[in-house]
Design a protein around this ligand. Sequence first.
Ligand code: GRF
Length: 220
Amino acid sequence: MARLKLGVLISGRGSNLQALIDAAADPSYPAEIAIVISDRPEAAGLERAARAGIAHRAIPHPSREAFAAAAAAALRQSGAELVALAGYMRILDGDFVAAWRDRLVNIHPSLLPAFPGLHPQRQALAAGVRFSGCTVHFVRAEVDNGPIIAQAVVPVHPDDDEEVLSARILTVEHRLYPMTVRLFAEGRLRVAGTIVAIAGATPPENAMLNPAERLVSAGG
Ligand code: GRF
């Protein structure tokens, strides 16, 4: 069966892109990366695409509209059927978002709707939450908003700083994004208003407590 063609938009490091490249290296994975687009020519993610032999382009960003027009043309040419934002650090043009409605996904390193915007890990630490994680969602006009597809949870440790918490979240991002793209590619997602239904998916059974119960009952 033909694999879903994926377009990936990046601005930098590209570790989530790499997770998608690695997943798609398995021929049985139902998606392949058709093109990687960066708004920054120096983005390390472009080299990851080059190394994997994937089409990649830096598209200048003189304005939101100009970038969107050039990106839309490149995506169309590549045959992309789904666009994944993977550390794309700018706000997308509203018409672009509307044109790709329900075919445009983003990963954000917090449990949305908590901590949208910049530095979500810093926001989580400042709020003193006991858990954080990441969210993959369909993109809507408002930043870091849109129907949630999947989330992954990690505990926050008392001595975490932004770097440590970010790294812990990143490890689950690299699992969650390829899984979500798989669900889309297999045609298992249905959006109804703000809710995404997933065909044939099982939620986990276990709750997590922080602090862990055994530590509390042992008296610390
Ligand atoms: C990730 O934390 C992602 O959730 C956020 O930006 C970061 C990008 O990292 N949107 P990378 O470029 O994928 O390594």
